[in-house]
Write a protein that binds this ligand. Structure first.
Ligand code: AHR
Length: 364
């Protein structure tokens, strides 16, 4: 397959609308029909996809979305590599993709830094690189063609504003909120943004942030960290988990310690906040174990395909393509929150009380 070097410029409104508009949260079906695949052409597009790993329910949904979209029947030859959460595996995979002369490289990077050398190699080989999900921090932004993913800082700010509004409505004094933060993989965009959102809330509202420790986005580590935090602090009443799987682990640890999760912190319950809104996460919201869950939508397959098809057609694409996302809560105490996104735009975001019907209608 001949390499398809495409001269990629910034900002085409048309492609921006296509890529960002497909964000639409829960109504996104993940169907590979949405992006308009290359099936009409005899030219198969070869894609090397370096996936972070399989650390969470979110990641599984993301891998499935990519595999369903970049299927043979849609006109693609997908080379999928699971890096098992290790950057060195991702670098090796990218080098293999370059040797195989793939048409596009898709990279879901484990952390933001450390990509300059290998992305320069892809650039020198004239292979367009599309970053998916988390971001990369590189010395020269030309080293990747475009990015599609979530606004993690906005997610963190939404969660913090929700907590402030909820605490205010309940009459809880800020200094009486004793919070632990089970962080994601340190140095990943999802961790950096969500941690920053919480820290800004602490600064702004005066909450008591007891501890921050990574749970590496996994259930096992989330449980281990929570067990240890419960031994160190006897006054924890809010757990801010940076993804659903950490929340599952933290809830297990809390219950194993003879404590209860819920909203009645005055009666000793521990309030759990989470991110992702996976099926199991929202089920925990429905039964009151997680009180607020901020969406991080994993269905990037059709979005990445829309970008690739635009590039195939010689169109310009936006450099950064943020996905629209929702907020779900156990009850209707907070109806909406106001938060500023990574582009410094202030917005008001509805908080939807979860129902079984909503969960059943979602694609992941
Ligand atoms: O980068 C997205 C994050 O990675 C999701 O929140 C988490 O579940 C995943 O592992």
């Amino acid at each position: 397959m001949k390499k398809r070097l495409l001269s990629v410029l910034l900002c085409s409104a048309m492609v921006a609308a296509m890529a960002v508009g497909c964000g639409g949260g829960s109504s996104d079906s993940g169907s590979s029909d949405e992006g308009g695949s290359d099936s009409g052409s005899s030219d198969v597009i070869t894609i090397g996809f370096s996936q972070v790993g399989a650390e969470s329910d979110w990641r599984t949904a993301n891998s499935e979305s990519m595999q369903d979209t970049f299927s043979e029947e849609n006109g693609y030859n997908l080379i999928f590599d699971d890096a098992q959460q290790k950057q060195e595996n991702q670098i090796t995979a990218i080098r293999n993709f370059i040797n195989q002369e793939v048409d596009y490289i898709l990279l879901a990077p484990v952390t933001e830094t450390g990509w300059d050398t290998v992305l320069q190699e892809a650039y020198d080989a004239d292979i367009p690189v599309i970053i998916v999900d988390r971001m990369v921090e590189v010395s020269n932004d030309d080293l990747y063609t475009t990015w599609i993913g979530t606004d993690s800082l906005l997610e963190g700010r939404k969660a913090a504003e929700w907590l402030n509004a909820y605490a205010t409505a309940k009459g809880w004094a800020p200094e009486d909120l004793h919070i632990v933060d089970i962080q994601g993989t340190i140095g990943s965009t999802a961790q950096i943004g969500r941690t920053q959102g919480l820290e800004e809330g602490v600064e702004k509202y005066g909450w008591d942030l007891l501890a921050q420790q990574t749970g590496e986005f996994t259930q096992a580590k989330g449980q281990e960290v929570m067990e240890s935090l419960l031994k160190q602090y006897d006054n924890i009443n809010v757990v801010y988990c940076e993804n659903d799987n950490e929340a599952f682990g933290a809830i297990d640890a809390i219950e194993a310690a003879g404590k209860t999760v819920g909203t009645d912190i005055e009666a000793g319950e521990i309030l759990v906040i989470s991110f992702d809104t996976t099926n199991a996460g929202l089920t925990d919201v429905l039964n009151g174990k997680i009180v607020c869950d901020v969406e991080c939508n994993p269905l990037h397959g059709p979005r990445a395909e829309a970008l690739i098809q635009a590039l195939e057609n010689g169109e310009e694409v936006e450099k950064l393509n943020y996905v629209d996302e929702e907020i779900f809560a156990f009850d209707n105490t907070v109806e909406s929150v106001t938060a500023v996104n990574s582009l410094d735009e202030e917005g008001e975001y509805a908080v939807t009380p979860i129902t079984q019907e909503i969960i059943d209608g979602r694609a992941y």
